[in-house]
Design a protein around this ligand. Structure first.
Ligand code: CA
Length: 122
């Protein structure tokens, strides 16, 4: 019984440590791009991966709004993570819940995003 309590304590401590690493890219992070304002139009769902070229997804230069469901992401003007970079997160946007109803909310440009990757980069 005493050992069980000890193990539970260690597990809790490990979970706490894991929680501190939220700035690091995480495999289950998720973002959804939309080609219309206010989360309308054609969607592009990105889960558990970086996308160096949205042309491969037939989604180059189309994004007008987006929702970050989990994590920190950097959006780029050009493919290969080049050009202007914009950071978005699940705690960002005008209501602090990862919802960006227009490109203005990430200080971006309309129909400009060409690559996306997990984590914050300059
Ligand atoms: Ca572009």
């Amino acid at each position: 019984m005493k050992n069980a309590i000890k193990i539970a304590g260690v597990l809790g401590w490990l979970l706490l440590l894991a929680g501190c690493g939220t700035v690091r890219p995480n495999p289950d992070w998720r973002i959804v791009l939309y080609d219309g304002e206010n989360f309308t139009g054609k969607q592009c769902v990105i889960e558990s991966k970086d996308v160096p070229n949205l042309s491969d997804w037939q989604y180059n230069d189309m994004t007008t709004s987006l929702i970050v469901y989990k994590g920190n992401w950097t959006l780029y003007e050009h493919n290969g993570y080049q050009g202007l970079a914009w950071q978005v997160s699940d705690k960002g946007g005008p209501t602090g819940n990862g919802k960006y109803p227009t490109f203005k909310e990430w200080n971006g440009a309309n129909n400009a995003i060409s690559s996306v990757r997990r984590g914050f980069y300059p």
